[in-house]
Design a protein around this ligand. Structure first.
Ligand code: UD1
Ligand code: CA
Length: 463
């Protein structure tokens, strides 16, 4: 039987005060909606239907970028936002959902775990209840729908915060997470019965509890003991709170796997990133996108790596790297900027105030100080003197530079590309190299030095 997840992401997100869709806001570099979709996919759900509406194009683009347009994840549009119950009705009608377990998830529920979703889908697939509601008891229940139990100890209904009496708000502390499992046929049959006679004039999905019970069907609740899994994001403050929980989860896993975090509260690592054993991560380090760090490295402090791969035994300090690859035993920084296409081979050194783009730094080569290297293929054992630059851009085109093995580039050499410098070559400090340099040659381009003796004494005598 096909299992379906309906993820609600059409809301206005008013409390975020943003020009962007609420679910587009990122947590550890990954959009909120992707956390929920990924959890559903990891749970083994066959089909994921995302309901978009407010900022629909932005949400569609995130989904298309992450999951393609022809796969398991599809979007349907709720043109008018009339509430969560209406959103589910639109999804069922537009996507044609009926039999099989249907898990409904709020799109602003990024910490939900795949295991929970799986257990939920099974709870209705087993044929017990027509619906299962995930509940929790957060330290701050304000804003959540409250679970009201009947005399039989079973859930009777869910009362939204705005519809609660003062007494209900103060005493009903078990809350609705916004994660539900339904028997698809029952949901499709009854979703049209949801009304909008309530404080917000909206069609509330939680009203399905009463509707199903009235139809004589059982509704069960499942309480989550770790309230953090159920935290919803309606405001920037909640976004920060959820980010801290997500960070702690990733960091706890990495520490359990043998990674040292000097101060786990000051390290932000995306859930897709991998870090090898005995690597030490210093404070104010961010690994975003999908990074892979090897074993025995020192990373940070003050480092931001995005979609970057680093081998074993590297030291990377105060560095920003994007789509870069560093092999093994490399030292980098402090203050290096490695842009896409940077490939640093074993034992090489990239030093301070160095920028590299789309270039290979050969084995054991050194770019220690104040250099820009772009569109360059560099051999092994090269030394780039301080302040040397590849002038790769002529105002129209980006041009390549090649530097052979063991070549010594004198300080402040300007290599005006396109230019090829051979093996074992030397350039004189301060030279502007505009012509190719053959293997083993010295290229020097500067005026002869003049000495004017006694100059200072004469100048002082004049003034
Ligand atoms: C909702 C629940 C509440 C629960 C809480 C958990 C309802 C009526 N209330 O309240 O019981 O405790 O979540 O966090 O469901 N959305 C749409 N279309 C709409 C309206 C909303 O797709 O017409 C989406 C939103 O984008 C959001 C989700 O549904 O992702 C929940 O909506 P939101 O307005 O955040 O509901 P809450 O007030 O948080
Ligand atoms: Ca919400």
């Amino acid at each position: 039987m096909t299992s379906t997840a309906i993820i609600l992401a059409a809301g206005e997100g008013t409390r975020m005060k943003s020009r962007h869709a609420k679910v587009s806001h990122e947590i550890l570099g990954k959009p909120m909606i992707s956390w929920v979709v990924d959890a559903a996919l990891e749970a083994g759900i066959d089909r994921v239907v995302v309901v978009v509406g407010s900022h629909a194009d932005e949400v569609r683009a995130i989904i298309a970028d992450a999951y393609g347009t022809a796969g398991t994840v599809e979007c349907v549009e709720q043109a008018e936002r009339l509430g969560t119950g209406h959103a589910v009705k639109v999804a069922i009608e537009t996507a044609g959902i009926d039999a099989g377990p249907v898990v409904v998830l709020n799109g602003d529920l990024p910490l939900i775990q795949s295991g929970t979703i799986r257990a939920f889908a099974e709870s209705v697939a087993d044929g017990g209840a027509a619906a299962t509601i995930f509940t929790f008891t957060p330290p701050e229940p304000f804003g959540y729908g409250r679970i009201k139990l009947g005399a039989d100890g079973q859930v009777e209904c869910i009362i939204e915060q705005k519809d609660c009496t003062a007494e209900e708000a103060a005493t009903l502390l078990e809350c609705n997470v916004g994660c539900y499992a339904f028997d698809g046929a029952e949901l499709a049959a009854h979703v049209g019965e949801i009304g909008c006679d309530n404080a917000q004039g909206e069609y509330y999905l939680p009203d399905m509890v009463e509707i199903l019970k009235r139809a004589g069907r059982a509704v069960s609740i499942f309480h989550c003991d770790d309230y953090r899994e159920g935290l919803g994001v309606n405001s920037r403050a909640q976004l920060a709170q959820v980010t801290a929980v997500a960070r702690d989860r990733v960091n706890a896993r990495l520490m359990a796997e043998g990674v040292t975090l000097i101060d786990p509260a000051l390290v932000w690592i995306s859930p897709e990133s991998e870090v090898g054993r005995d690597t030490v991560i210093w404070p104010l380090t961010f690994l975003t996108g999908s990074c892979k760090i090897g074993e025995g490295c020192q990373i940070g402090p003050n480092t931001r790596l995005t979609d970057t791969r680093i081998g074993d035994g590297c030291s990377v300090e105060e560095t920003v790297a994007i789509e870069a690859v560093l092999e093994n035993d490399i030292s980098c920084g402090p203050r290096a900027y490695l842009r896409p296409g940077t490939h640093v081979l074993d034992h090489a050194h990239v030093g301070t105030h160095v920028e590299i783009k789309k270039s290979t730094i050969g084995e054991g080569s050194k770019v220690p100080h104040l250099s820009y290297i772009g569109d360059t293929t560099m051999g092994a054992g090269v030394n780039i003197g301080a302040g040397s630059i590849t002038c790769n851009y002529d105002g129209v085109h980006k041009n390549p530079t090649t530097i052979g093995d063991r070549t010594f580039i004198g300080s402040n050499t300007m290599m005006v590309a396109p230019v090829n410098i051979g093996d074992d070559a030397v350039t004189g400090a301060g030279s502007v190299i505009t012509k190719d340099v053959e293997d083993g040659a010295l290229a020097i381009e500067r005026n002869d030095q003049r000495i004017i003796s006694g100059y200072t004494a004469r100048k002082r005598a004049r003034s």
